[in-house]
Design a protein around this ligand. Sequence first.
Ligand SMILES: Nc1ncnc2c1ncn2[C@@H]1O[C@H](COP(=O)(O)OP(=O)(O)OP(=O)(O)O)[C@@H](O)[C@H]1O
Length: 566
Amino acid sequence: MEKQAILLSSKLFQKHRQVEVVLNRSFLAWKEIEKSRKRSSGISPISERVHSRGVQVCEILAVGKAEEDNQDNTKTRSQKKAKQHSQRYPHAFTVSYVRRTRLHQWRCADATFHCASQELCEQWIKVINEQLSLLTNRPKSLLVYINPYGGKQRGKRIYEQKVAPLFRRACISTDVIVTERANHARDHLKMEANLDQYDGVVCVGGDGMFSEILHGLVTRTQTDRGVDQNQPDAKLVPCSLRIGIIPAGSTDCICFATVGTNDPVTSALHIIVGDSQPMDVCSVHHHDIFLRYSVSLLGYGFYGDVLTDSERKRWLGPARYDLSGVKTFLSHNYYEGTVSFLPAEDTMGNPRDKLQCRSGCHVCQHKPSLKDKQWEMSVEKEKTDKDGSSWNVIRGKFIAINAASMSCACPRSPKGLSPSAHLADGTTDLILVRQCSRLDFFRHLLRHTNKDDQFDHSFVEVHRVRRFRFHPQHQEPVSLEGLSESPKKTGFQAICSQQTGCNYSTANSSWNCDGEILPQVAIQVSVQCQLIRLFARGIEEQPQQFVLEDPCTHWAQDPSTHQSMA
Ligand SMILES: Nc1ncnc2c1ncn2[C@@H]1O[C@H](COP(=O)(O)OP(=O)(O)OP(=O)(O)O)[C@@H](O)[C@H]1O
């Protein structure tokens, strides 16, 4: 690895130990000097490992003068020694940085260094701050929406106790809005918010709250740029502001898929370091009317029925999903219809290749060549030639039709509905589960929880697609009222109950669109490649890749020394 020029190097004190601290453009590293001497006098280098530390500059959250420790906590000998040292060297600075713990969780760690003089202390703070100011991807100003009623109603407390102090430490200014009703955040973003003054929008809540932010921001961007969302073929304009999610809901699927955990502190740290994870968004239309956006699961049949039933049992809390799941499974309904789809033939992966979407995913970074831009060509083709020859058409009876735009992994289904689906490759995995026996369907569902290939059944097929359409066999009643963007959780039943003698509710299912029921059954879906970006970096393979980036390859005096990351 190429050695970078050292910006600053000093002998400082950390507690009572003398350490050599070195900063270059990429790393801040420190190691104990006394231990190094012992090493040269023949003591095993293994004992040194824990005494060397390093952090990437891009993962330093802040640096500042150390707060004075006035507490009398000098019980042990080493604490007394440390206190004596800090009295001898009162000028100290603290570096706050990201420390990885287990299960993809990040924490803020502090390292305090005592200097021989005030000038040296101020020089360290200045030089580190200069390096941090070069990191232009970090947000300085954020608009925060808190849903006080999401999940266990802890959104406000989570933000105030766990997140706001970190934002203050990183000198991020915030405007905070505590929502007063459903769709408050969406409407504010769509019509009122002065977005020019922010570097990002943060929501504190669950997937429903994220969906509000998504709809508000995407709609606002299209309106500002004069794009008509009602046109199913419209190429939408990507949003310039990134979205941060502080998980505080009962379902935090988007956090699990993009960060690997639903931990508020971890999400706050990803926001502070200015991570960026592009994400595909599916636009869902009924004829030429825009219905809704989806980023995770569009499910007709089984998952539509589970949601419809569970909405009637809201009073049961999260247990309603289990109950409705069992009830829907026992009902064993199937639905007739026609699915047409445009396969994504130019992508690097396929739904069964076992390539999981992870941080820095090369499948998502692959750009289709001009020749391969089938999506755009077929849009053109459709306009001139209505035979739809590049579309595949499947008619049949389906227990479930699912489109997974991400793996949809969660603690209940660790691999998710489509384990190899990608966050940002411009496709969705269309999974068709045809009519089969109850036992077969159970075997299929079981595979969501174990390691077996869930697509390896004769009645299941999976296609990676850019667009798809669904037409039910049985005509749906025409009701255009309140279609666009305002699906009600029970809207479908409401429409149906107004029809006398309507047996439509059993002939057709309904679409579960990221946890909301769509009011219409015939839909067309287009994947909008990388329409939004989140303050995230995808799930990290941990922890090896960071050990490889060992700061001590940059160590000036003793490059052979073994050291470990903080
Ligand atoms: N102040 C509010 N009062 C009532 N509802 C609100 C308020 N603010 C937001 N909401 C709505 O609450 C719904 C659920 O919120 P959220 O996603 O934060 O929590 P949740 O319990 O995890 O729900 P979900 O089941 O969607 O995951 C969202 O659809 C959102 O529109």
